[in-house]
Each structure stands twice: as C-alpha cells, then as structure tokens.
Design a protein around this ligand. Structure first.
Ligand code: BES
Ligand code: ZN
Ligand code: ZN
Length: 455
C-alpha cells in the first residue's frame, strides 16, 4: 500500500470537505457564525484549490475545507498530501469520486531514489470500493515517473530491461531480450545500428502476457535511454533532459501494468527497442544506410532522428503477428511540442473510430490527447537519393507529421494503429503534477481498453 493512503480510518482522522466552486457561497451560508468568521479571517474563497484548516473548540484542527471545480478536476486536491500537516484524513462528502483519490496519490509522489523526501505525505483513508482501481492507476503512474526520472547511468538499456523483466515476473508474463550482435543475427539491424556505440548493449525487450485466444493488443515504446543526438550531437541545453527519451517505453510499461493488474482479457505484447544513442568511434554516421527488418533501406539523414529508426524494426515485428490493435508511444520529435506544447501528446492514427474514442476517454480522464493528420503529401520530404527512405525530412516544418509518416511505412493499413508523440515530462511543478517524468496518454488508453475489452 502506498504510504499516502490508509485502508483504515480511526477516531482521530480529520474530515476534508470538498465544496464545488458554484456551491461554495450556499455552503458557507450554512456554517456556524464561528466557522464563517474563521473562513473570512483566513480569506477562504471560491478559487479552485483554496484550502482552510478549521479549528475545533480546543484549537486543534477539526476539519479541512477545500474548493474544487464543478467538473471534478483530477488535480483539484493534488496540493493537499504535501501541504496538509502529516496525519490521517478522510473525504467527508458525497463528492468522493475515485478521481479525487487518484489526484491525491499523484500529488503525494516524490522521487526519493537519491535524496530523502522533503516530508512525509499526509494520509487519506481509501475506501475499499475504489481501492483497487485507484491503487492500480496511482502505482502504475509512479512506475512511469520513477522510470523516467532515473538518470541514464542507472536506467540504461540493461536496467530498463531489468525493470521490464521484473514487471513480467510479477504478472507471470514471458519476457525475452535480443541483445547486442544477436540483433544483427536475428535481423534487427536498425535497433543494433543506433545503439551500437554504447557500452550498454542495445536490445529488443519483448514480453507477452495473457491468454492466446484473447484479442491481440501490442504496445511498442521508444526506449532511447539517453539521446545525445549521436554524431549530430545535440547542443547542451537540448541534451540536458534526454534521460527522458525512454519515456515512451515507460508509458508502455505503465499501461502494461494497468492492463495486467486489471486482468483485462487481451493477449498483450510489449516491444521495447532499448538503446543509448551515444557518440563513439563506432557510432552510426550521417549518410549511412541501414537495411531495416521489413526490407526498406533507411538513409541516415540525421543521427538525432534515431527514435523512428529503432521503432521501425520493433513495429515490423509487432505487425508480423497481426494484432487487433497496435499502439506506439514515443518521445519522438521536438516538433510535436512546438505544435501542441508539452502537456498535449500528439496522436496519429489510421483508424478514425479508435482515435476518436481514445480522444473522448482522454477528456474524461484528464489525460488529453490531440490528433494530428498523417498528411500523405508530406511523404515526399522523406525521399532519399540512394535508399528507400530518409530518416530526416528535407523540410523541418511539420516535423511531427513527417516522423509519423516514417513510422507508417512499417505498419500495414489493415492494422488499427495509434502513434503517440509525447513529452513524458512536466516542465514545471503543479498540484498533482510534480516537475519531472510523467505518464501521458496512459490513463486515456487504459480507459479506452477497459471500455473495449473488459467483461
Ligand atoms: N528525442 C528527440 C525528440 C524530443 C526532443 C522529444 C525534445 C521531446 C523533447 C528525438 O530523437 C529528436 O532528436 N528528434 C529530432 C528529429 C530531427 C533531427 C528530424 C527533433 O525533433 O529535432
Ligand atoms: Zn534524437
Ligand atoms: Zn530521441
């Protein structure tokens, strides 16, 4: 159990009353003169997140009141676990939908691998009726954050693979890896080539879970554990955050955990090309040509467009068994962030019905995604003089689209495919969303999969 929750509630537990913005003045009217005076004195108001600690006659805290939005904002009480005094609390009113508990859990997160947490989180009583769902979401999202926040020296391809193996073991999935030169022998030249300059050998992580007779759902995650840019080296300010370039694979592992913990009746497969895009005498070079698993030859126009190259071979393997649904998540382009900012993942899909359903769930889960087009007329930007395709478009405009079109070359049209280009990082601190690694599109996808597959 996470320390920010408690299954039990004792006599000392302090109630938290949530009052919606629009009902706040009516609620305030009903309070005793003493409480009214206190709220006035502590300048309590109908701003979402405003909080007042109301003392009892003995002066000790008797109640917490917090203003929330009218439409059940996931993060509305995300500030409480690390701002309330340490102790046990419970949600007192009829507004206690699971989302508030999830927001509490997300707000209690602290990355403590290298430094003691600044403080303990306050504890919230978690009623049994929503405990399984809330804990699954919060624990899976912690996993994603931890994976991304861990620096590349402790989360290289081998450590990322260890994490996948651990997860597979917990849920009795079968996990295998194809490592180093075995990638060449087994026809994964694109994964090998991108990752060969690193001391930590490139690999393809492949795990399978569930009953073989259930519908096949396959997740592919970009696992670039560090992206220096390769010989097309990134300037230092762009390189600084690049431990997060395995954020796609972290999200995919988080989603896999959600699916397995909830025992969704699917046959799940997770494929993660895990590499470090490093600099060295044996690094792949601009101008090199790689023969992909599918057969297409790829000219390396830019060694920094490595994500699409490693994903190409993983996608080829993914489609070889004809899954019913194929989802990839990748920190693929800076261009997607220019287009949509850091909080809004770009979604590309060859299937309108699935894309629209995921967008709908994204809104409902406070995990929004925005669709961009697979605009075929830009495909010509990827033409190469000497190979079938170039990994770097001749025109930088529409860079998220050209990257998606590159991936599309490896996915046949009859397979429903969703591609997410995500930031996987909160660039600033907000309630429920600490600065650092973040799950993006994961809760939207899980809700969609539950609707589609849960019995
Ligand atoms: N990992 C980066 C993309 C990225 C950068 C994602 C910053 C999120 C934040 C990717 O490998 C990359 O470097 N892409 C290049 C592609 C270009 C060379 C065609 C980019 O987006 O600039
Ligand atoms: Zn790159
Ligand atoms: Zn990258």
């Amino acid at each position: 159990m996470l320390t920010c929750f408690s299954h039990a509630r004792n006599a000392h537990a302090i109630p938290i009353t949530l009052v919606t913005k629009s009902s706040l003045s009516a609620w305030q009217e009903k309070q005793s003169e003493r409480v009214k005076a206190w709220l006035m004195a502590t300048s309590f108001s109908n701003e979402v997140g405003k909080t007042s600690y109301i003392p009892g006659d003995d002066g000790a805290m008797a109640e917490v009141v917090c203003c929330v939005s009218d439409n059940n904002g996931l993060y509305d009480i995300g500030h409480l676990p690390l701002s309330l005094p340490v102790g046990l609390y419970y949600l007192a009113d009829n507004l206690s939908q699971p989302d508030y508990f999830i927001g509490w859990g997300l707000g209690a997160y602290q990355f403590s691998r290298y430094k003691k947490p600044t403080r303990e989180a306050a504890q919230l009583y978690l009623p049994t009726k929503c405990a399984d769902h809330v804990l699954n979401i919060v624990e899976s999202q912690y996993l994603v954050r931890d994976l991304i926040n861990t620096p590349a020296d402790d989360m290289g391809p081998s450590e990322l693979a260890d994490m996948a193996e651990n997860l597979a073991q917990t849920y009795h999935a079968r996990c295998k890896q194809i490592i180093g030169e075995d990638l060449l022998r087994e026809n994964y030249a694109s994964i090998y080539t991108v990752g060969r300059a690193s001391d930590d050998a490139p690999r393809l992580i492949d795990f399978v879970w569930g009953n073989g007779s259930h519908p096949k759902v396959t997740l592919v995650g970009k696992g670039v554990c560090f992206d220096t840019g390769g010989l097309d080296l990134k300037p230092s300010n762009y390189m600084l955050l690049m431990k997060k370039d395995m954020g796609g694979s972290a999200n995919v592992l988080g989603l896999a955990r959600l699916i397995m913990q909830a025992k969704l009746p699917v046959r799940l497969r997770v494929l993660i090309p895990a590499v470090e895009n490093a600099v060295g005498g044996n690094a792949y070079r601009p101008g090199d040509v790689i023969k992909s698993r599918q057969g297409l030859t790829i000219e390396v126009g830019n060694t920094d467009a490595e994500g699409r190259v490693v994903l190409a071979d993983a996608l080829t393997e993914a489609v070889s068994e004809g899954p019913e649904l194929l989802i990839d998540i990748a920190t693929l382009t800076g261009a997607a962030r220019i287009a949509l900012g850091t909080d809004l993942p770009a979604l590309f899909s060859n299937n309108d019905a699935v894309a629209e359903a995921v967008i709908k769930h994204g809104k409902a889960q406070n995990d929004p995604v925005w669709r961009l087009p697979l605009f075929e007329l830009y495909r010509e930007y990827l033409n190469s003089q000497i190979a079938d395709i170039n990994n770097n478009a001749t025109d930088a405009y529409g860079g998220a689209i050209t990257a998606a079109l590159f991936l599309k070359e490896f996915v046949p049209n009859n397979i429903a495919w969703l591609h997410f280009d995500v930031m996987a990082w909160n660039v600033r601190q907000r309630p429920g969303r600490p600065q650092g690694g973040e799950a993006m599109a994961m809760r939207a996808l899980f809700a969609y999969l539950v609707e589609r597959y849960a019995r």
